[in-house]
Ligand binder design. Sequence first.
Ligand code: NAD
Length: 262
Amino acid sequence: METAPAPTPPRPRTALVFGVANDHSLAWYIARALAAEGVRVGLSYGDERLERRVRPLAATIDAPLVTRCDVTDEAALAETFAAADAALGPHIDILVHSLAFATREDLTGPFSQTSRAGFGLALDVSAYSLLALVRHAGARLGPGSSVLTLSYLGAERVVSGYKVMGPAKAALEACVRGLAEELGPRGVRVNAVSAGPVRTLAAAGIPGFRTLLECHAERAPLRRNVTAEEVASAACFLLSDKASAVTGQILHVDGGYNILGV
Ligand code: NAD
């Protein structure tokens, strides 16, 4: 009697996560949560000085890829995705963009004094790079793939101290919608988590960040700050099949702070 061939086990999901700087990074929390779900996670960091922090973290999740990539460098992007082919295979199920940058001068001076070059740099690194990642990922993103970025309330409202990052996040959120519309017919979803303030390296560069944290804890409907784990949980939801009909959305994970008026 012939026996039916054993069914092939499903291929493990793959993810490429950009923006890990250290063990406080939102990208790291997301990467770790994805790995805990059995996803094979490749990590990318932006600066060579971060390597000594990122490699030991990568080892704890058996990351098949750890690579440096400055997202403003087209050649580095091409190399990163070529390395991902070798390490993760031809499909990227999950693409995470968790990075931003503005110069210290443009975060500390008056908003109207933002330099033309600084404005361009902030928009390039923090918003355009999402398009660049998707462009370089190309056909590696297939039906069922999901893209996620990290935004902040400063995209929608004036947050004192956020300065040039406000327009950068507004542009990022518009990119989320534009990409969702373009990639939807291919079955690829694109979303953002708009996170409440969490202590990280990038957050330390925002003037008055401590006041922001205090304000959120005092006034948010949940009367507390959010944790990086909660941001990662929401990210994993958006990146999973549980959110299979959700695209082009900005999900606030901020204890409800964004709904407040006076
Ligand atoms: P983080 O400092 O850990 O991460 C920022 C990352 O951006 C770093 O890994 C840095 O290397 C990377 N980066 C900067 N320039 C780059 C470049 N040219 N190429 C490649 N990478 C580059 O801080 P984080 O708070 O985890 O920030 C991650 C994302 O979350 C950012 O988009 C940030 O705006 C967003 N966010 C943070 C908070 C918060 O309170 N921490 C709240 C809402 C949104």
